[in-house]
Design a protein around this ligand. Structure first.
Ligand SMILES: NC(=O)c1ccc[n+]([C@@H]2O[C@H](COP(=O)([O-])OP(=O)(O)OC[C@H]3O[C@@H](n4cnc5c(N)ncnc54)[C@H](O)[C@@H]3O)[C@@H](O)[C@H]2O)c1
Length: 279
């Protein structure tokens, strides 16, 4: 390999197998695309089988890698163990785990407004949100990361949020003419899950550092989707780069974290938010 191939070698994921939870979602598909574009084999894991399979088929076609999608509920240990069995049977290896699945109820829908405030917060939602975001990430790390530790090589990326670093500024969600006690808020569980994930990130980085498994988190800023103009205006006032993220803004970081380009990086939490948290 010539000296000019250095960058290519650092960022190559040739034949590396990547399990991506929540792989059928908005960002899961983006993670899968960049992994495939670097020669890796993404496995899109989701409770939405049809979408996981369809997105994987499209990626396989576009990038010429044997990407595949499968239905797995990451809160169920037996299903995650079966998933690992399938991955090893097909590929004989697993190199990357992206703990990306989470429940992120959108703020402001009529049903969420009444329930999302602390005073009314339903315990069923507390359990369901922590079950996917924390317990699911733990089970996947335990099962898939455990296999990596046995083989002394692997990478785990935990997908966090700016709201796990700083709490949500609830003023962003305020609606005119709505009584104080009925104002919509970002639910507490989102911050609890994402802060907890950063703690889990540190724990596993320490636990498996000597086994060659690197564990890093990314805490992401909000992605522009169908938010109201008013919300976007308020949000971007706080962002030095003056905009919300596009869904593909995080692909470079994912490639960096999954590849040998970040070979000496573990236990860190990269905050990628257009500078929103720097003041
Ligand atoms: N979109 C944003 O603005 C944003 C910002 C910061 C952080 N994040 C984080 O990025 C990650 C991806 O977000 P997104 O916007 O793509 O969300 P999304 O809702 O589009 O995707 C999440 C996926 O997880 C899947 N999922 C839910 N429960 C599951 C389970 N038990 N087992 C397996 N899969 C399950 C869902 O079916 C869905 O496809 C999340 O962790 C989210 O918190 C998103």
């Amino acid at each position: 390999m010539s000296a000019r191939d250095l960058a290519q070698r650092l960022f190559s994921l040739q034949d590396r197998v990547a399990v991506i939870t929540g792989g059928a979602g908005l960002l899961g598909v983006k993670h899968a695309q960049v992994i495939a574009s670097a020669g890796g084999i993404p496995v899109l894991v989701d409770i939405d089988r049809a979408r996981a399979e369809a997105q994987a088929a499209e990626i396989a076609e576009t990038y010429g890698v044997p990407a595949w999608g499968t239905e797995t509920d990451i809160t169920k240990e037996a299903q995650v163990a079966a998933l690992l069995g399938q991955v090893l049977e097909r590929h004989g290896r697993v190199d990357i785990l992206i703990n990306n699945a989470a429940r992120d109820p959108k703020v402001g829908g009529a049903s969420t407004v009444a329930l999302s405030r602390v005073e009314n917060f339903p315990m069923e939602q507390w359990d369901a949100d922590l079950e996917v975001g924390l317990k699911g990430a733990f089970i996947c790390s335990q099962v898939v990361g455990g296999e990596m530790a046995r083989r002394s090589r692997g990478v785990i990326v935990n997908i966090g949020s700016e709201y796990g670093v700083n709490g949500p500024d609830q003023r962003l969600y305020r609606q005119a003419g709505v009584a104080e006690e009925a104002q919509p808020v970002k639910p507490i569980t989102y911050t609890v899950v994402k802060s907890g994930l950063v703690g889990m990130n540190r724990y596993f980085a320490l636990y498996w550092g000597s086994r060659g498994v690197r564990v890093n988190a990314v805490s992401l800023g909000g992605v522009r989707q169908d938010q109201s103009d008013e919300f976007v205006r308020r949000y971007i006032e706080q962002v030095p780069l003056g905009r919300m993220a596009e869904a593909n803004d995080y692909q470079g970081t994912i490639l960096y974290l999954c590849s040998d380009a970040s070979a000496f990086l573990t236990g860190t939490n990269l905050v990628i938010d257009g500078g929103k948290s720097c003041w």
